[in-house]
Design a protein around this ligand. Structure first.
Ligand SMILES: *Cc1c(COP(=O)(O)O)cnc(C)c1O
Length: 228
């Protein structure tokens, strides 16, 4: 078995155990493989081992891999910071965007989503760690932003995404993820998605309602940024 297939087995076991421990339905948590900085061959191996959904943070890198992997039926998720001049390519080449945090970006994605594609699935990134994070809308701005995005014709608002400040402390993890779940519940909208939990904190995220966990390191190993 390849290392990646092995890692997928281990991560899947962690997800299953956490889902069961939380008393949640089997298959209520999905695995998004975060493949930033990793070569196309790693994604090919992960797909051969059963994964279809891949998350990328950097547009040019993602488009290159999409070309190399065009023979596979992969589902692409954009999860990184979004500049205005990147929205057209994102609207054209992804099925999901997890990192929308302002209305202007959402409006551009809606205008630029090609008519022949289904609506673009959107999560609003919310910042529950205060000044520790620069990405994500504030909890105070969330209700109005969610209302506005929910009316955009070519988008389908699915839920929230969060990246709490990293900590190994389970109580701190739980507090942050529970806050995201409460924010989601406080919105009067039909949302079905909570994108939260990474390699080090997926158990806490699942205990607090995550439906996508976004996993990089535990699947593909540590990232090497020294080449870029
Ligand atoms: C890199 C990244 C991940 C994956 O983090 P790991 O700790 O490697 O599992 C998840 N979500 C986002 C938004 C990321 O940028």
């Amino acid at each position: 078995m390849s290392t990646i297939a092995d890692n997928i087995d281990q991560v899947s076991s962690r997800i299953r155990a956490a889902t069961q421990a939380a008393g949640r339905a089997e298959n209520s948590v999905r695995l998004l493989a975060v493949s930033k900085t990793k070569p196309a061959q790693d994604l090919r191996d992960a797909h051969a081992a059963g994964l279809c959904d891949f998350g990328e943070n950097y547009l040019q890198e993602a488009l290159g891999k999409q070309l190399e992997l065009a023979d596979l039926p992969l589902i692409w998720h954009f999860i990184g910071p979004i500049q205005s001049n990147k929205t057209r390519a994102i609207a054209e080449h992804f099925a999901w965007v997890h990192s929308v945090d302002r209305l202007k970006i959402a409006q551009r994605l809606s205008e630029q989503r090609p008519a022949e594609l289904p609506p673009l699935n959107i999560c609003i990134q919310v910042n529950v760690s205060g000044e520790a994070s620069k990405s994500g809308c504030t909890p105070a701005d969330l209700p109005a932003l969610a209302e506005a995005i929910s009316t955009l014709p070519r988008l389908k608002l699915r839920g929230l995404m969060a990246i709490p400040e990293p900590t190994q402390d389970r109580a701190e993890q739980d507090a942050a993820f529970a806050a995201v779940q409460r924010l989601q519940d406080s919105l009067n909208l039909p949302l079905d998605t909570l994108s939260m939990g990474m390699s080090h904190d997926l158990e806490s995220a699942i205990a607090n309602g995550a439906t996508w966990v976004r996993i990089g390191t535990a699947l593909f190993g540590a990232r090497d940024y020294s080449q870029s």
